[in-house]
Structure formats: structure tokens, C-alpha cells
Design a protein around this ligand. Sequence first.
Ligand SMILES: [Zn+2]
Length: 626
Amino acid sequence: MAEQENYYIRVPHGPLVEVAEEVYRAYHQEERRGRTLEEKDQRNGLVSYDGLDTGELTGQEMIPDRESASVEDTALHKVMLGRLRRCLAQMDGPERELIQALYIDKPGKTEKRPLGIPTIRDRIVQECMRIVLEPIFEAQFFSHSYGFRPMRDAAMALERIDIIMHNSGYYWIVEGDISKCFDRIDHAILLKRLYHMGVRDRRVLQIIKAMLKAGVMDECEANEEGTPQGGLISPLLANVYLDIMDEWVSKQWETKRTRHQYTQEQGRYAAMRKRTRLIPGYLVRYADDFIIATDTRAHAENWKARLQLFLESKMKLTLSQEKTLITDIRKNYIKFLGYEFKMVRGKSRRGYIPRTIPDRNRLKRKAEKIAEDIKKIPRNYSQEQMIGAINRINSQVRGIIQYYKGCTWVNISMKKYSRWLQLTAMRRLKQYKGKWIPAKEVRNLPRVHQEYKQKIPSIKYRDFYIGFTALTFCRWERTPPKDQAETPYTEEGRQINFERTKHKCINARFDELYSDKAARAISYGKWGKLNNFEFIMNRAYALNRDKLRCRVCGGWLISSTPWAHRINPNLPLDKVNRVNNLVSLHKKCFMAVNNPCQGISQFDVKAQKKIIGYREKLVSSHTRNK
Ligand SMILES: [Zn+2]
């Protein structure tokens, strides 16, 4: 979960924001002006890339055209190389240990020992490269490539298929499978593509070349959810490589240029269908997983054959003959990104509506894993440890729901395992006198549980219950079509993203509050006796009551960790952590309340009043209890 969050919330920050935006804008406009990159290359006499294939790069091929040169000068040279030099200098200096601490692997992963200095050095170089290169490529990548990219996910890819079916009425699908795609990426072709997409700086290309030689692409791997694992720059480079395919496929139909300018995309497609003998095809790609939708079986076969030729001759990749299936989506499910997708008869303009279900084998495996984990909870666990275990199981269940809530049949699929898991959980709670309690009456996962009356296995703690959440606590959520303006590299794009993910952020924040880490810190007494289990449960409950807004300034408590302030900290231990004694605040607001000497002129009048109010309550609580 944490891994995924890091990947998607990698919005540039600090002085890099402006540079990234500038780069993005420059390359984006290039595209919009309608000149293809190839034409640009020819104009500049830059058609030969041979210098990149072998040996040293000579300065000759690297004479860039003026427009992008200025951009590269600021972004690539000054910022990145400067930053890189500073980072690397620190590696050998007194801050060495600090940097090392930053890069120690997260708990829960197989490798737990700190990384060696060469590995860290390597990661710093990779990350610096990614920061500068990503905006260049993001400005040019194919609209319907969804994997390994910021602010995009598998659900959007699926939604895109639905839109294609709805608009075109094409139901024949080529389910693409490239054999060992990431292992077979050809370095020379990749370097050419980088150059072609505007990375003209010799030093940058040389660093990438060295990284490729060192085997950076071996790190390119995705887990079942399609999140890249390990590698920092390899997922980006994989997308650059596969962009060759995106460009070729989409130019055959989707982005085919016509002499007449059509005001509407649909009008253009209709005209192409009527007046040309072009074979229609819409591509949706997620990392190395992709589909092409077309109108007939013959055309699907044709696509498969042509694509195979293209991949082999231009990209040195192999389209797997057995695994690249051709499916009539009205008759059979296609499997894509852990979902199964089909069009069934229903009320719509074309008489078909989508039906998506979680990949049956995968869901079964995941449910079985959770049942195993429940059974494995040690017999000698204290009540507090048991609550920690429940929170861990719950976050696994919520993870499955988060991934599959875009399925139209999500509830039907989940029902199959929900009851079974609940009974397994109840058996495990026997020694703690577990009870079936309506979900809305338990204290944990308030945002989810407040909507359900269904009884769940629960354990009593102090004056409240903590329960095992159910797989069926999910509602189908329609994924809106991807807004192409949503990107980390413009102010507008970040705003769109915020609006879209607000609720997702809220839920992630709640999951974090119940995290294993917090539970463990408490059971070891690391947070002091005031911060006990009751506190950890109740601060989340209070945050839900406060609707995720700061009680001092009214701002969202999304991007930073919310702080729980005790209105009267001198109450006895059994009362001090009650929900009605807790309010949620920003760290800066919390500090202002708890530090009476601090000036508060930076807050607006309303917030100042609140701060003064809480300060007075603190003072009176001291005097009353003395
Ligand atoms: Zn605040």
C-alpha cells in the first residue's frame, strides 16, 4: 500500500516544480503544434542516431534545435546534474549516514538490512534522472497508456475499454502478450527513442546508457496490482520503449491524420470507416499488458499478424502466439489487469453493457491468504496484540476492495468469500469472547462501518468494540473517464487530481491511522502510557467526526498527518482519550495551541479565536486539577 502511495503522490516539490512545469509545457506544445517529432528531427538534420549505438557519443549528433535547448539547459544541466553532484558529494561527506538511513528498506519486505553505499548512490542517480525526465515524456506519451504513470491506474484502463465499446460498437479484442517484455528491451533502440523524444543532452544519454549496461531494466517488475517494484527509473524507460508501439498502433487509426479537419473525433472515425479501407483499432495499454479493440475477427487476426511483424522488426520483441488471444467480448470474458471483462445484453444505445468481475483465481488466492493469516494469529496474543492483528487483516481486506470496487459485479464476487472469512475470524476470537456486533456500532474503520448494520465478529476493549471488517463492505464505484489534463506537471492538473482523489486520500489516511506501525509502537510503550490503544482507536473516530478538517483553521487534513489534541489533558487515564476530549488539528495548529508563547498573527481571525479558546481550556484544566 505504502509503495503504491509513494508512486502516485510523487508530485514535484520545491524549486523543481517550476522547472518540471516548464519542461512539460515546452514538450506538450511541441506536440500540439501538430509537428511530429520525426519532422522536427529532419528539419534539424538529425536523422542519424548511429553515434548512440556503439562506442562514445560524439558531440556532432547532439546539436539540438534552439527551442528545446533552452529548456534542457535549465532543467537537465543545472538542476539535475547540479543536484546529482551535491547528492553524491554528500555520500562521501559527513551526511553519509543520514542518506543511508533514508534509503533503508521498509519493514515487511524480504530484505531488511540497510542498503550498501553503491546501491544508494545508484538509487540517487536514478531518482534524479526520473525527476527530470518524467515531465518530458509525460507531455508526449499516448493518452491511453495507463501503467507506471503518475495519476493513472488500472481502473481507468478498464473504463477506457468500456468507452471504446460504447462509442464504436467494436467487440473483437486482441489480448496482447509480449514474451518477457522487460528483459528484452534493446538498449540501442531505447536510446534512439529517448533522443527522438527530445532527450538530446549527451551527458544525460551517457548516464542512461551506463545504467542500462549495469542492468537497470532487470529491476522492472510489477506486482499483481500493476505497481512497479524496486526500480525507480526502469518503469519510465519501459514506457518510453513501448511508446514506439503506441505510436505505431495509434497512427493506423486512432490518431490517423485526415486532410479534412473534423470538429468531433467520432465524425472523423465515421468518415474513415466509410471512405477508407483502413482497419480500425483502439489501443489500451498498461505497462506490458495491452488490448486492441476492432470490428471483426478477420481484422483482429490482421492486427495480430501486423503487430507481430512490427514488434519483431522494429522493437526486437516477440508477440506470444499462444498467449495473444482473440476474443469476442460479447461471448467470452477477457482477462486484463486482474479483472475479467465482458459485454452483456442490457439497456444502452448498442444493446450491450459492461460486466467486470475480479479475476476469479486471483480473488480466490487472496481470500485464502487472508484466511491463512487469521488462523496463524498466535494463541498467546494479548487483547491489544489481537486488536493489532485485526487491524492488519482489515487493511488486507480493504486493499482488495479498493482494487476491485470498480467492478460492476464486485458485491456478487465478494459474497462468495465474505461469509467464510467472517466465520474463520469468529472461531479465532473465541478465546477473547468474541461477539457478533453490528458494524456501525464498532469503533474501528468508522468511515466504512458507519454505513452497515450487518453483524461482524468483534472483540470488546474498554467501552467499545473492534471488529473484523467484511469483504462485502464495498459499493460499485463508477470510474470516471481519465481527464487527460490531469498531470502532476501543471497547476490545473494537480487540482483535478486533488478533486478526484480527495476521498481516496481520506481513506488511505484512515488506514494509516490504524497501521501496524502505530499499533506496534504502542504495544512496546514507545509513545508513553497516555497514547494507548484507546487513543489510537479514538483519534481516528474523532477525525471522522471532524470530517477530516482541522478544528482550528478548517483546512483539509489530507496531505499531512493529523494531530490529535486533548482538550483537557489532565483528565484521568480512563477519560482523557475519550472521543469527546479529542480534536483533530494540523501540526502547526497543534503547536500554536500548545505553545502559549507563540505568536499567532499568521492565522486568520477565526482560527485565532479557536486557538485562544483551546489555550484557555488548557489553562483551566491545569488549575482545576491542581
Ligand atoms: Zn489547521
